[in-house]
Design a protein around this ligand. Structure first.
Ligand SMILES: NC(=O)c1ccc[n+]([C@@H]2O[C@H](COP(=O)([O-])OP(=O)(O)OC[C@H]3O[C@@H](n4cnc5c(N)ncnc54)[C@H](OP(=O)(O)O)[C@@H]3O)[C@@H](O)[C@H]2O)c1
Length: 223
């Protein structure tokens, strides 16, 4: 098996996907902004006998994407998981322009730019992209307007590419999940009790068991 690139792979769902994809035989290449969580995830994969490394990269920066890709051997990359994401929650009139821009730069422009650059690099062989979306990409929710708008955008990007590349070996998988108990909620009072959500390990297991069979994975919240 080749390499799986996972953005936001130091924490939460990205970390669990990294561990489980490593157990399936992928070499793992993690991307994120903070070194410490990336290092810890790499160490835990190495300790389990897997192969892993990381690169510091901000998915909002086209310059950083181009620099990083020029240093990678793209021919080894078989799987790209757009997992890095941010959310600012609350009424629209309380949101700032900076929050809107950061949401779209991280959740939409980053995945679009990285996908385009990777497809240009690996188009002659089999390649899968997983978009980590959210059930907020299936239906709008109160006080989630910016987040839902960004996740609808990522969904539309993925669905269009599914049609564009249907005759090729490039596969695009859109994954929609409900709430997960991750650091995503650490600085937010938008949810009352994230501990009632699914664990990121449980969601990662569902994605890993389904992504080779289907292009749409829906994991609703626990009732
Ligand atoms: N938690 C939920 O309830 C939930 C539900 C549905 C969908 N999701 C989606 O699941 C994905 C993973 O989130 P999570 O719940 O696992 O939360 P998380 O632990 O906060 O993970 C997000 C990761 O993205 C990275 N990241 C953020 N901005 C980045 C940037 N500009 N460049 C590179 N990396 C960046 C963060 O690391 P650095 O800060 O170090 O860069 C972090 O490791 C997100 O796309 C989120 O929208 C979450």
């Amino acid at each position: 098996m080749g390499t799986a690139v996972i953005t936001g792979g130091g924490t939460g769902l990205g970390k669990e996907l990294a561990k489980q994809l490593s157990a399936k035989g992928y070499d793992i290449l993690l991307v994120g902004r903070r070194e410490q969580p990336l290092k810890e995830t790499v160490q835990s994969i190495l300790a389990s006998g897997g192969q892993a490394s990381y690169v510091i990269m901000d998915v909002r920066s086209l310059t950083e994407i181009e620099q990083t890709l020029s240093a990678w051997d793209s021919q080894d990359i078989e799987l790209l998981v757009h997992n890095a994401g941010v959310g600012y929650f609350g009424p629209l009139e309380s949101s700032s322009d900076e929050e809107m821009v950061a949401t779209f730069e991280t959740n939409v422009f980053g995945p679009i730019r990285l996908t385009k650059a990777m497809i240009e690099a690996v188009t002659h062989r089999s390649f899968t992209v997983i978009n980590v979306i959210s059930t907020a990409g299936l239906r709008g929710k109160k006080n989630e307007s910016l987040y839902a708008a960004s996740k609808f955008a990522l969904r539309g990007f993925g669905e269009s590419l599914q049609k564009e590349y249907e005759e090729s070996q490039i596969r695009i998988v859109n994954a929609f999940m409900g709430g997960m108990n991750t650091p995503f909620w650490d600085n937010s009072d938008h949810v009352e009790d994230a501990s009632r959500f699914r664990s990121p390990a449980e969601v990662a297991e569902m994605i890993v068991s389904q992504y080779t069979e289907t292009e749409e994975i829906i994991i609703e919240s626990k009732k």
